[in-house]
Design a protein around this ligand. Structure first.
Ligand SMILES: *[C@@H]1O[C@H](CO)[C@@H](O)[C@H](O)[C@H]1NC(C)=O
Ligand SMILES: *[C@@H]1O[C@H](CO)[C@@H](O)[C@H](O)[C@H]1NC(C)=O
Ligand SMILES: *[C@@H]1O[C@H](CO)[C@@H](O)[C@H](O)[C@H]1NC(C)=O
Ligand SMILES: *[C@@H]1O[C@H](CO)[C@@H](O)[C@H](O)[C@H]1NC(C)=O
Ligand SMILES: *[C@@H]1O[C@H](CO)[C@@H](O)[C@H](O)[C@H]1NC(C)=O
Ligand SMILES: *[C@@H]1O[C@H](CO)[C@@H](O)[C@H](O)[C@H]1NC(C)=O
Length: 362
């Protein structure tokens, strides 16, 4: 089939040249993090607003959206909007997060967490989330999707995509967001699934793989990544920590490392990708310690912080691009992306005691 196409193109001479130069792919990678998803919604709106004000809204016409856990919930929400409705899409996802409450996501068993702890597979039930998704995700997906899940039978990380039926897509998102012990594991297509975040807090490689379907060379790919852990892992650990909070804290430590590690691995594998925006909270988010509160006031604060940081990222990126004015031959990375990778290098390399040159990676 590919061969036939190539012959056809040679026949037309200019065919391959024109198709190659027009090709590009933009991907958005959204990490997991329960109600810190509100920060991510704010970042998305900040990016969209800032590019729209510059008259460049097509910069955020993402072709691929990759989400794990709460990122998967946001991904299927965003994916309902055609690219021309990107501004509406961003406003919609912020509206969703402004008004979401705990009761939209999970509920207690009749006997409360005690029943959950002793007799059920999880502390809470997520029937409300399924109903909430069915109400809010009603349109056909318009982008390539990556939904990350953890297969508890094989221990492997797996991906689902937009080819699923509407009903199955919601089930895949339920699997992706099934935080172990907290929320019930899910049986889907004959497998038992947990939250994709158990293995990968953010699926950068998944997004790149899907983008490769649209381009001839990875240098035609632009990647934006939204993470929810701050660049430094500052954590107050009170001495009266209860088991649930110990669980969420340990998950947060894992997320912090594995999001950065996967980013670093993807960068090392594909340095010529346009790593455009790597955004993570510049100051600790209000609900960072226990992100299952869905507290209205905190959600609004996190949306605001995300929006401001998304806007700032675009400003920083565009001022860096115009200051280097195409003259910088040394690297195609934006300044913000470079700084983010510096953090990634330091966190990962320090952890594994690998020597590195701070100056060369800057
Ligand atoms: C999502 O669904 C809930 C429950 O039906 C509804 O109250 C809410 O307005 C919906 N959100 C959006 C952004 O449409
Ligand atoms: C959603 O929240 C915003 C901000 O708090 C509020 O202005 C808006 O009226 C709410 N919408 C709904 C449908 O509750
Ligand atoms: C999309 O998902 C279907 C079914 O799960 C799978 O068969 C297919 O290979 C996937 N496509 C890609 C591009 O991963
Ligand atoms: C930067 O981009 C140019 C063309 O866009 C390419 O030739 C060059 O190899 C790239 N440099 C790096 C370090 O990726
Ligand atoms: C890290 O590497 C250095 C130099 O090889 C060594 O002296 C040091 O003991 C190592 N630290 C740890 C924690 O392994
Ligand atoms: C660090 O930089 C020095 C001088 O440029 C070089 O000799 C050395 O190999 C570098 N080390 C690493 C780990 O990259």
């Amino acid at each position: 089939m590919q061969k036939l196409f190539a012959i056809f193109c040679i026949g037309l001479l200019a065919c391959s040249m024109t198709t190659v130069s027009a090709r590009s792919c933009k991907a958005l990678v959204i990490a997991g993090g329960a109600d810190l998803g509100s920060y991510e919604a704010g970042v998305i709106q900040g990016l969209v607003q800032a590019y729209n004000e510059l008259g460049q809204v097509s910069e955020v016409y993402w072709d691929v959206i990759s989400g794990v856990s709460v990122g998967a919930i946001t991904a299927v929400g965003l994916g309902q909007f055609p690219k021309e409705q990107t501004v509406e899409m961003a406003n919609w996802v912020v509206n969703l997060w402004e008004n979401i409450s705990k009761s939209d996501v999970y509920s207690n068993y009749l006997g409360g967490v005690v029943q959950g702890f002793l007799f059920e597979e999880s502390l809470f039930k997520t029937d409300p989330l399924r109903a909430f998704l069915k109400k809010n995700v009603t349109r056909k997906q318009t982008r390539k999707l990556v939904i990350g899940v953890t297969n508890a039978n094989t221990g492997e990380y797996e991906r689902y995509n937009e080819s699923l039926s509407d009903a199955d897509l919601i089930e895949a998102v339920m699997c992706s967001s099934a935080v172990p012990a907290f929320f019930p594991y899910q049986i889907f297509k004959g497998n038992t699934y947990f939250d994709g975040g158990v293995v990968r807090a953010a699926d950068v490689f998944g997004a790149i793989d899907r983008c490769k379907e649209l381009v001839d060379d990875v240098s035609q790919i632009t990647v934006d990544v939204i993470l929810v852990t701050s660049k430094t892992f500052e954590q107050d650990v009170p001495d009266d920590l209860k088991p649930i909070k110990v669980g969420t804290l340990s998950q947060k430590v894992k997320d912090h490392h594995n999001a950065r590690r996967s980013l670093l691995e993807a960068y090392e594998a594909f340095p010529t990708i346009n790593w455009r925006h790597i955004i993570n909270p510049q100051t600790k988010l209000p609900d960072a310690d226990f992100p299952f509160n869905f507290n209205h006031k905190q959600l609004l604060q996190m949306i605001d912080q995300g929006r401001n940081e998304g806007r700032a990222a675009v400003q920083q990126h565009t001022s860096y691009e115009s200051s280097r004015n195409g003259n910088d031959e040394t690297s195609n990375l934006s300044l913000s992306a470079k700084l983010a990778f510096m953090d990634a290098y330091e966190a990962v390399f320090d952890r594994y005691n690998i020597s590195y040159n701070k100056t060369t990676s800057a």
